[in-house]
Design a protein around this ligand. Sequence first.
Ligand code: GLP
Length: 244
Amino acid sequence: MQTTVFSSEQDIARTAGEIFCGFARRKPKAVFGFATGSTPLGAYSYMVSEYRAGRTSFSQIKTFNLDEYCGLPKDHQNSFFAFMQQNLFSQTDIVAENIHFLDGTAADVRKECERYDAKINAAGGIDVQLLGIGCNGHIGFNEPGNYFSEGSFKVKLTANTMEENSVYFDDAEMPGYALTMGIGSIFRARKIVLIALGEQKAQAINEMLRGKITPRCPASILKLHDNVSVFLDETAASLVRDIV
Ligand code: GLP
């Protein structure tokens, strides 16, 4: 794991965004794994600005998002699909048929998860995966548990996660379940970029970097991956300054 502490969020956004733009320029048919939440927004704006400036096209890239809430149709204002549509997809030349999402409304969850994992495999796996981190160390919606999951699955969100994400639900009730890509699929991405911003992430970063590898802190598995960049602002790095 290569950990870098940045003095501004803007530098993180530019560095992370440029990794994706660079991939798109060198490998126009690259496969991108995307995350939702406030953390990746800067990187997405950077990608939008590079597209608008005519320096990067995403017209052939394929995208896979980490997760989606159960019960929310794509066009629901709080769906992760809507989030991506608003903050990235609709503002670039990413093509609709190249956008892949777990369907939170699928009647047969097992089949839906198998479909999604098969799509990722058929695309040749993920070239570069963007990740945030939950305050409890979750990645995607892989909550702390007793084992590392392999493929996509339905997860019951923890009370912590519900609280953290409920800020996005003004008018609707937040679903208590989600479909998420498994740790196995995330781990097989050839490159991973994990961003953490803010003091509220400091403990999770401390546990990820310093603690043992355990499903109690799902992000800790990333220590076994040979191509992970961790980008931190100074507050997220506040408990690990002695080691990074
Ligand atoms: C949700 C998402 C995660 C994300 C996390 C942190 O749980 N499923 O992928 O990393 O939120 O969100 P934020 O970036 O808003 O702190």
